[in-house]
Design a binder for this molecule. Structure first.
Ligand SMILES: [Zn+2]
Length: 379
């Protein structure tokens, strides 16, 4: 059985009414899965709050204190600046510390469910905040639940963790938390940092010291389409797992590589997001006895993309198969009136508005050359 960590309290992670990071997608994901009869009460697990001690697995105590003060508007402008708080990306909001430590606690709840044998696999789509640094907020992320969870798995449960990040942005906060560490392998496939935040994640970032080769980056070209994305992902992640031989998989499923995402420049369709969990499922059978924890990540098209991407991950984990065809009418009837944009009718209907990319061959070749340069270090 696959666990699903959720409570409405997760929706309180909201910087402002107009901020692109909108956890409403979690509720849509839950209701979509319920409308397919894929999710029932036995599978839902209520998230707990992370403790200060757990936050300190990655974050500095002074940063945690600063976030607490910012939550009640008691942090000076200078201090906000020092810690990356109250910026356009991460504006302060009331109750921020609690909302953020609930996200972290939700991911740890998923970890505990798997490690204590209650579930073989578990998801927490509220998590996946991969940009937070030890002493600084960044890119819509205050606390880095993903890095904390990987550290928690490595220290409390003595696991070798394969961190797989398919969000369109580089998973910089997680990578640099384990750059000198060989217990956590950080893998990230993302749009090249040439034009996209955070700018890191180049092929020469391979880890350092003990952690050398335990970091792998696949920076793909802007406008990469399904075939090339999937070729690069499948080939490289297989090689990474073969090198590392993980005990457990922890994956981040940002939905922002989709061509309808407003913040990035990749050109993938739902085909990519069907195949990603299928590829990971196969690896989990091969290497980890199916032990696998999945979290969310970016995804800024809340009504057309993100819930459908998350639902595919859960569907594959639970049934071994991706969803296809028409979306349940009950789901569309309920949510269409709440959306300003048209909800898709089927899992394939995104293709109607799809425009093929003229430079397709160039992009595919460039991605292949990039991958060869990454993988030759592992042969
Ligand atoms: Zn992203």
């Amino acid at each position: 059985m696959t666990g699903f960590v959720y409570s409405d309290a997760l929706l309180k992670y909201r910087f402002s009414d107009t901020h692109p990071f909108n956890q409403m997608r979690l509720l849509l994901t839950k209701e979509l899965l319920e409308s397919y009869d894929l999710l029932n009460q036995d599978q839902i697990i209520i998230p707990r709050y992370a403790t200060d001690e757990e936050l300190q697995l990655i974050h500095q105590p002074d940063y945690i204190e600063a976030v607490k003060k910012a939550s009640t508007n008691e942090l000076s402008d200078d201090m906000c600046q020092k810690y990356g708080l109250n910026t356009t990306d991460t504006p302060n909001f009331k109750g921020m510390h609690d909302a953020c430590r609930l996200i972290v606690g939700g991911t740890l709840t998923a970890v505990d469910a798997v490690m204590q044998g209650k579930m073989v696999k578990c998801v927490h789509f509220g998590g996946g905040l991969h940009h937070g640094f030890s002493g600084r907020a960044s890119g819509f992320c205050i606390y880095n639940d993903s890095a904390i969870a990987c550290k928690y798995l490595a220290t409390k449960y003595n696991q070798k963790v394969m961190y797989i990040d398919t969000d369109a942005h580089h998973g910089d906060g997680v990578q640099f938390s384990f750059y000198n560490d060989s217990d956590v392998f950080t893998y990230s496939i993302h749009e090249t940092g040439r034009y996209l935040f955070p700018g890191t994640g180049g092929i020469n970032e391979r880890g350092d010291g003990e952690g050398y080769l335990y970091t792998m980056n696949l920076p793909i070209d802007a406008y990469t389409e399904d075939d090339s994305f999937l070729e690069i992902f499948e080939t490289s992640i297989k090689q990474a797992c073969e090198f590392f031989k993980p005990d457990i998989i922890f994956s981040v499923h940002g939905a922002d590589a989709h061509y309808l995402d407003p913040l990035t420049h990749l050109s993938c369709t739902h085909e990519t997001f069907k195949r990603i969990p299928e590829i990971i499922l196969k690896l989990s059978k091969q290497y980890t006895n199916q032990k696998w924890i999945a979290v969310g990540g970016g995804g800024y098209n809340v009504f057309q993309v993100a819930p459908f991407v998350f639902a595919q991950v859960y569907a594959v984990m639970q049934t071994g198969r991706a969803l296809n065809g028409k979306l349940p009418q009950t789901f569309r009837d309920k949510w269409q009136p709440k959306s300003e944009i048209k909800l898709p009718e089927t899992f394939e209907s995104d293709l109607e508005a799809y425009e093929a990319i003229p430079r397709r061959m160039d992009i595919t070749e460039k991605n292949e050359t990039m991958m060869e340069r990454v993988l030759r270090h592992y042969q």
